[in-house]
Design a protein around this ligand. Sequence first.
Ligand SMILES: N[C@@H](CCC(=O)N[C@@H](CS)C(=O)NCC(=O)O)C(=O)O
Length: 263
Amino acid sequence: MDKSKRILYQFPLSLYCEKTRWNLDAKGLNYTCRDLLPGPHAFMAWRLARQRCLPILCDERQTVGDSTTIALYLEHHYPESPLLPNDPIVRQQVLKLEEEFDTLGDHVRRFCWSMVVDSPEVSDIFFGFTGYTRWQQILAAYSRPLLRLMIRRTFKVYEPRISDSWLYIQNALQQIEQLLQGRADRYLVGDHFTLADLTAASMLAPLIGPNNSPWSDHRIPQVAQQQRAELRARLVGQWVWRLYHDHRSHPHDTPHRVTQEQL
Ligand SMILES: N[C@@H](CCC(=O)N[C@@H](CS)C(=O)NCC(=O)O)C(=O)O
């Protein structure tokens, strides 16, 4: 299929959008990204899929929103390079972990924003990615206080939510390390890469910043750098790093994908 006919409406920096890009890349599907501006995106998202969150995928067959629903849709319509095992019991295990780690994303997002929301780099982090036009970036630089307010409100970046999220993340990290049984070369379920691995790795990637991920940038504020160093030294950090190295074959900004801008 012509890639211009499969469109992913997204935010370049969103971990749920990264999950879907990885999903599409893992399946070897061509697509074009349309980067929406946070805020006005809600009109487009509502028009497309009667929801306000991204990602939304417009495929030849239908329009699907929500990264998990998109994953199930892709698995059903594009069964090659499967990310879900055939065995119903093992499949159920993968789906259960997928659901748990999908929720983890919400906590990771809150915790990460809590580390950078007050820094002067906040608008660079939010907007300084390929895909946004020059005027979108200028607009962002002038509206920093508004941006901070929006980030705090949208992602509930305040106490006690931040501390609760950190606790949730700690439990998830321990759970993953238990499943890996001391080895960074293992997978969460069985001997193959599945949707559970893809979901956990993409949800944790903002904390670890592996190469090939949208968060590999080294210009992050000091507090986040320390956090990263600690996590990279842990088994779970090494595992996420390896999955990005071994399974994230098409990084988000390789030339094979055309990125278009749209309000
Ligand atoms: N569970 C949803 C979560 C999607 C989500 O939270 N998307 C965020 C971006 S990371 C969003 O669109 N936020 C903007 C809003 O809520 O208006 C999924 O898996 O797709």
